[in-house]
Design a protein around this ligand. Structure first.
Ligand code: MEV
Length: 448
């Protein structure tokens, strides 16, 4: 009993030592010292390791520190490229930042495959983004509805200073609508606004406008006998009107033959069935869509766009009819194989980190400094390529065939294999099942 009380209090002391107030006010050195002292067995070694990831150029490091908050160091991801992406008859080498080794290989292979079969076609179907002001109105809804047209005109006047430059670039506020949501909560209304933000993702632009709308609305409310209570003003990451359609298509016989002698017709049938399964079965749909996002996110990160926003939007869109389904579709009709997607993708090529992060700006240069619309097409095609590559492997060789080859390279790296040892181990495992212990044992035999 006594023992447990004393160990409880020791635990409490240890936990208290791991809490801190005013952390964000400490210098970077002090933050690092506090973290390494409290959370690592060997704080000096941890500090050295963490510092070894600093950029050698102080100015670049300062810029990287400035991007986020409480930064200790930089977190590296491999930065790769997938060449031979033919999209709308233009050839791109696409930058991809991702940790999963097989993703880039699959993207590059699918890009090459389709480059000799007409390439990818992509078009932007819309670029509209959405924002909402959520509020409560204690008065009669009809009074609010009747007054809304003039409140809306005032909103446009009050946001003039925010929208002026965007309007000059061809964008701005497209519509402002009042929605009665009192079925959710008595007196709950929304302002649902639509925006065009040109080459920027536009989050700050949209949010500034929404907050200004809320203020105009509050000002109107102050003159009323009843009350307006603004709950929140924020853009929506669901952008079903900011849409790209991307596809690949070729005569079935041009698909060629596949591993194990699988014919083009047989492949097309299996691929199309795999897509139907992903459409109907949410378990499969989730993994299927993950394959699409493997490609999309990697380009998104390489160009410093917000992959969380694209993921949230994509998954909501995948469930738009009430069931989570595959984002991509396939048909085999009149002897033609077609694989396509309609994907909502709100990204930017100006603003945000796109020009601040040196590698993001190099990624954009590598892509020929595309407009936001062109980048929407590129990203969607890389996702489509990735999804094609994954499903192609699944319905032909199985996924482990390719994955394990990549995995083997990682294991060899972990076990510090020399070039010669790696070569021999690769040959040995060419037709054997790869496992960590198997590779370790084989290396031990090589090393005697
Ligand atoms: C792995 O990261 C992605 C896949 O599981 C996608 C799929 O199953 O379609 C291979």
């Amino acid at each position: 009993m006594t023992t447990s009380t004393s160990s409880d209090s020791q635990r409490t002391i240890r936990m208290a030592q791991k809490r801190i107030s005013g952390f964000s006010k400490l210098s970077k050195e002090e933050k690092l010292a506090w973290v390494t002292e409290h959370f690592f067995e060997d704080s000096a070694a941890a500090e050295n390791l963490i510092k070894s990831f600093y950029h050698r150029d102080d100015a670049a490091q300062k810029m990287l520190d400035g991007i986020s908050e409480n930064t200790l160091t930089n977190y590296f991801l491999p930065y790769s490229v997938a060449p031979n992406f033919v999209i709308n008859d233009k050839t791109y080498t696409v930058p991809m930042a991702i940790e999963e080794s097989s993703v880039v290989a699959a993207a590059a292979s699918a890009a090459k495959f389709w480059s000799t079969r007409g390439g990818f076609q992509a078009e932007v179907l819309g670029t509209v983004k959405v924002g909402q002001v959520h509020f409560l109105w204690s008065g009669d809804g009809t009074v609010l509805k009747a007054a809304f047209e003039s409140v809306k005109q005032q909103m446009l006047v009050d946001t003039d200073h925010i929208t002026k430059r965007m309007c000059e670039r061809g964008g701005g506020i497209l519509s402002i609508e009042l929605l009665d949501k009192s079925e959710i909560e008595a007196g709950y209304f929304q302002i649902h606004a639509r925006f065009e933000t040109c080459d920027s993702m536009g989050a700050n632009f949209i949010n500034s406008n929404l907050e200004a709308f809320a203020e105009t609305l509050s000002n109107w409310g102050e003159k009323q006998p009843d009350e307006i209570e603004i709950i929140m003003s924020i853009l929506s990451n669901l952008t079903p009107e900011c849409l790209v359609r991307a596809s690949v298509s070729c005569p079935v016989e041009h698909l060629g033959s596949f591993e194990g002698g699988m014919s083009a017709e047989h492949f097309a049938r299996r691929f199309e069935l795999a897509l139907r399964i992903a459409k109907e079965d949410p378990y499969r749909a989730t993994t299927h869509n993950k394959g699409f996002f493997n490609g999309l996110d990697a380009v998104c990160i390489a160009t410093a766009n917000d992959f969380r926003a694209l993921e949230a939007c994509g998954h909501a869109y995948a469930a738009r009819d009430g069931q989570y389904r595959s984002l991509t579709h396939c048909k085999v009709e009149d002897g033609a194989f077609t694989f396509w997607i309609d994907f909502p993708i709100a990204i930017g090529t100006v603003g945000g980190l796109t020009k601040v992060h040196p590698l993001a700006s190099k990624s954009l240069e590598m892509l020929g400094n595309p407009s936001a619309q062109e980048l929407m097409c590129i990203m969607t095609c890389v996702g489509l390529a990735q999804n094609f590559g994954a499903v192609k492997s699944l319905v032909t060789t199985g996924i482990q065939h390719g994955h394990m080859k990549m995995h083997l390279a990682n294991i060899l790296l972990q076990l510090s294999a020399t070039e010669q040892e790696s070569k021999q181990t690769m040959e040995h495992f060419a037709d054997r099942v790869v496992s960590h212990s198997g590779v370790r044992e084989y290396l031990e035999t090589l090393r005697g």
